[in-house]
Design a protein around this ligand. Structure first.
Ligand code: ADP
Length: 223
């Protein structure tokens, strides 16, 4: 099972992706988390990426494609994976199709939430300073997983969020069009309680996975 979660910042891809990956026994591959990790480790790549991320901009396509290619070829990803944050541009989507060649269908789910709700969620979003898990100060004051202290992501600061939403509309939204005509593409409503979204996501994936693969007709073959 290879699943792509699409949607703007704050739509719930990370939260839902984590549940889905746990339920399905496949890894969650979050490019945002990979970049934050590299930045926290202080690698030259991580520090360079942080400059882009903190300005609300995207990291270069070739760098992200290389990173995802490497991660998806690790052993734990052989059975499948949930991608959160990739692809984020049309060239990344084209590269993903290339990586997927001969590996079964890619299920793509676009999570939809109105922009005013996104802004409210991003203002309340925090991550755990110890384990990096997402949390919202609308619901909690400490990390639900390890009890760690919650901190604001630098790219969730007020000015940066506006830039990220602009970048989303300019560079990422076009990939919804890129996938929209495929039989394994679905939209779901992300403006519902988290467990209702989880159920809608599972149902969409189940239904999309049942779509039969296109039959290859060899010219001249007897039918
Ligand atoms: P969110 O959860 O709000 O959508 P992420 O945690 O996925 O944000 O990503 C944080 C930042 O990391 C992005 O704003 C961007 O700068 C960078 N990033 C993550 N994935 C990619 C990608 N596929 N291509 C380019 N930049 C990326």
């Amino acid at each position: 099972m290879r699943i792509v979660l699409l949607g703007p910042p704050g739509v719930g891809k990370g939260t839902q992706g984590r549940c889905l990956a746990q339920e399905s026994g496949i890894p969650l591959i979050s490019t945002g988390e990979m970049l934050r990790d590299a930045a926290a480790r202080g690698t030259p790549f991580g520090l360079e990426a942080r400059r882009q991320v903190d300005a609300g901009l995207l990291v270069a396509d070739d760098v992200m494609i290389g990173l995802v290619k490497e991660r998806t070829s690790e052993l734990d990803a052989a059975k499948g994976y949930v991608l959160d944050g990739f692809p984020r541009t049309v060239p990344q989507a084209v590269a993903l199709d290339d990586m997927m060649r001969g590996r079964g269908p890619l299920v793509v789910v676009d999570i939809v939430v109105p922009e005013d709700v996104l802004m409210r969620r991003l203002a309340a979003r925090r991550i755990c300073g110890s384990c990096g898990i997402n949390a919202s100060i609308e619901w909690t004051t400490a990390c639900g997983s390890c009890g760690g202290q919650l901190v604001t992501r630098t790219d969730d600061e007020d000015g940066v969020v506006h830039e990220r939403l602009k970048v989303y509309h300019r560079q990422t939204k076009p990939i919804v069009e890129f996938y929209a005509g495929r039989p394994t593409f679905r939209h779901i409503d992300g403006n519902q309680p988290p467990d209702v979204v989880t159920a809608a996501l599972s149902a969409a994936i189940r239904e999309a996975s049942l779509v039969p693969a296109p039959v290859k007709i060899t010219p001249g073959a007897a039918l």
